[in-house]
Every structure is written in C-alpha cells, then in structure tokens.
Design a binder for this molecule. Sequence first.
Ligand code: UDX
Length: 508
Amino acid sequence: MLGVPTCAVIAKQNPGIQVTVVDLSEARIAAWKSNALPIFEPDLFSVVEVARDGTDGRAPNLHFSTDIAAAIDEADLIFIAVNTPTKTAGLGAGKASNLAYVESAARMIAEAATSDKIVVEKSTVPCGTAESLRTIFAALAPSLTFDILSNPEFLAEGTAISDLLRPDRILIGSLNDARSKSAAEALAQVYTWVPRSQIITVNIWSSELAKLAANCMLAQRISSINSLSAICEATGAEIEELAQVVGLDSRIGDRMLKASAGFGGSCFKKDVLSLVYIAESLHLEEVAAHWKTVVDLNEYQKNRFARRITRALHNTLADKRIAILGWAYKKNTRDTRESAAITIAGQLLAEGALLAIYDPLVSQNQILQDLADVHPNADSVIKIYSDATAACVDACAVVIMTEWDEFKADRITQTTLDKLADSNTHDQQLESTSTSSSSDSGIDVQDDTAENASDSPAPGLDKRIDWRSIAAVVRRPRLVFDGRNVVDADALASLGFRVQSIGKADVF
Ligand code: UDX
C-alpha cells in the first residue's frame, strides 16, 4: 500500500531518475493518474503532483502503468513492494507470511527482463526470502544476473511522507561479494536527500530480520504499556504518568508508549506472528512463546475494553445504542486493517448493541465490509454517519476508537476559535467537491468520491467536534469510553460527561 509514496518521494527528490509504478489493477493505476488518489496520506498529493505532472517545471518523472513487462525491461533497478499478508491456509496458516505475491513478482521480472537487473525487496519478508528469489531467477532466467538487495521500509501510515523525507535510517542489505556491494551502493545513491551516515549497509539476512525485529519491538512496547494500563486501572496509578516517568529514561525513550484499546494496522500483528512462525520453524519454542504474548496481550486489551463498556452498561447491551467515534486503525489514514474498532464493535454487537459509527475518512462500504466478517447481519444493527454529533443522538455511551484530532476536547482558547473560524471557511470551500447524502435505509452516507483531490487536511480533518452539542444529545449519565486517551477528561467532565480512559481512574 505504501510503495507509491516511497516511489513518489524517490522521484520527487531525483528529477534525473525515471520512476514507473506498475500494478495489475487498471482501476488502481487510473486512480494514481487522477486527482483522487486511491489512498490518503498527508502531503502525498503534492509530492505526486510535482513528480507526475511536473508542476515545479521539471519533465515529469513519475509514471503509472499496467504494462508490467515493458516497465521491467526498461528498468535498471526494480523494487518489489507487494503485500505479504498472513497465510490463511496450508502450512503455517494464521502465522507465516504469504509470499505468493513476492514470488509472482519475481517470476514476472525473470520472464520480462532481457538485461541484468538490481532487484530490491521493499516488502517486509521473512529472513531467507532473498534466497528463494535467487532460486527463481536462476531457474527462469539463467543467462541474466540479478543482484538481490533488501531495503525494508520503516514508514508509518499517516506520516508516510515526513517519515520518507526524514527517515531515522535507510537500511540496505546485500551479499558480501563485490558485485552485490556495488549494487547496494547504486541503491544508496537513490537516497540523495538522506545523509550518508544514516544509510546503514548490512548483510541481507540481517536486513530482512531487522525489519521484522523493529516492528515486533515496537508492538511489544505497546503491549507492555497496555499491560501496565490494566494494573493502573486496578490500583489508581495513572498510565500517562507512568509512561512519562519510564520514557524519561534515555535508555527507554518516550515513543510508542501510548496506552490504547489495542494496536491495529496491517503490520504489527502480521509481523509478530511471522516472527513467531520463524522461531517455531527453527524449534525455538521459548522464543516463539515470548513473541506470541505480544499479540495475545493485544487481544486481551481489546477484550478488556469491550468488557469494561459492557459492565458500565449493567452487563446488558441489548438494543442499547452506542456511538463509535473513529474506525481507522490510527488517525490520518482511512486504512482499517486490524483496526481495534472492528474487534470491539464485533463484541458489542454480540452483546446485542446497536452501533452508530462515525469516522471522518473511512467510507461506509469499508465499515460494512469490515463488520461482515465479525457479525452476520451487521447492516441491520449499525448506522453510519457523516457527522459525529448525529451519531451520538440517544447514545447510551460514546466510544472513541481512533485518535482523530477532531475528537479532542480543547479548552476554548483564542487559537481554537481562530481554527474553528478557518475550518468553517474551509468547509464552505469544500461544499462544491464533497457532499453528504442519505441512503434509502436512512443510513447517513459520506460521499468519498472526491477525497484526496487536495492535500492536508483531507475534507473535514481540520474540524473539531462540539462536545457541548454531544452533551445535549446523549443519554445520561453521558458515558464516554476513550480507547485512545485523546480527550481531555476534565474538560469533558465539566460538560457533564463521565469519562473512562485507558489506564486511568474514571473522571466525572
Ligand atoms: C508500523 C511501524 O511504526 C512502521 O515503522 C512500520 O514500517 C509499519 O508498521 P503503522 O502500523 O503504520 O507503522 O503505525 P504505528 O504508528 O506504528 O501504529 C500502529 C498501531 O499502534 C496503531 O493502531 C496505533 O494507534 C497503535 N499505537 C501506536 C499505540 O497504541 N500506542 C502507541 O504508542 C503507538
């Protein structure tokens, strides 16, 4: 999903390099050629526009095509940036990475190439994948030389462009021979904007494993802080105070220590399970068990949050309306893969709740598709809204599942008032491109056809919800469950809400 932002930044930073993004899907390539890009990332559109359309006066050097064979044959260096989801069947099902797309990309390269190539693994892959690629190339194109490198991407969604422009490090893995090292040097020269001291070259197996290790250790930090949040709730300690104190130890650092109702996204769970599978395959049972707890704890945290909501509503949710604010797995993306919201909504629905869901970016279809997997008749027991306050009407509880800035309860300052005035103007400007409509079923539907036509913020992302209006429409005792510790609980309490946050005492 994030191959294109990477290629767009490489193209923008290197006007002399021609970059072609290829995909089997004609619809996706058409979208990348249009003004409605298929993914939302802050600042992505302006980067794409410069390189693709030459808006800074350069000759365009970012191209999109479905002619995969031609693009392969013209290229000197090819990134494989396909998905490596968890296998759903066969050996290692539920844990091992599915390398089918990587293998199929390698086959296409071997079949289309008529000259030597540098082939770079961008996707996160298990340690040893480069060896499989080498075997495929040797079998299918024995007369050509393919230098295989590993160059994993560390960017996070929602901050992809700034992560790409200011990476902590660029990691390049190669074999130890002179030819492979010179291929690694050629790749290093693509990262013209990154100081050479931040470009780390290691052996290819370390590189493959380092990417998995980094994601697993990040996920582990979140599971660790979340485990402590359970102790905080039981004892009166405060998780944010704990995270601050622990994070001030320079050996630990303060990032990725935000307690939440559970991490989501396409990487953490998949990569931890992939590491578990690698350890099991190597008969390192204790190692596998160690990493498995990271995912288990995350499931526990999601269940714990759902149980807390149910308990506060007297252990019965039958026909009770609950508003869910936020569906994306994190802010500034409309990606919902492994979003904690899906699991928690599924559990509330299983208790008989009626859900009113609002997310500023995620489309109605996506939410329905996500819920189809966790509840048989989801469309009859949920409603999707294009406005947070409307979603909260008659709600017995408001549950915050994504840390969208929009949900913060700011103290009213002059800056906030100025921002509100600005956002009103912005909304009026957007009326011609973004509409809201009601479907026959009465479900309020947000039209997402025009999103991403401009950059940060996407339509509506600079809004703030009005908690005063929400106080007037929810049912008493105005329960708010903050799964991301995003609201100022004291500010909400002063409006009459009773706020339950992660790892903190209730505030009311
Ligand atoms: C992650 C890694 O951060 C990135 O380096 C890698 O390349 C891909 O996987 P991503 O999944 O896009 O990136 O987002 P990230 O910001 O890491 O958040 C993942 C999940 O953890 C989100 O659901 C987020 O809300 C949650 N999270 C993050 C926490 O619960 N607490 C935190 O302190 C940080």
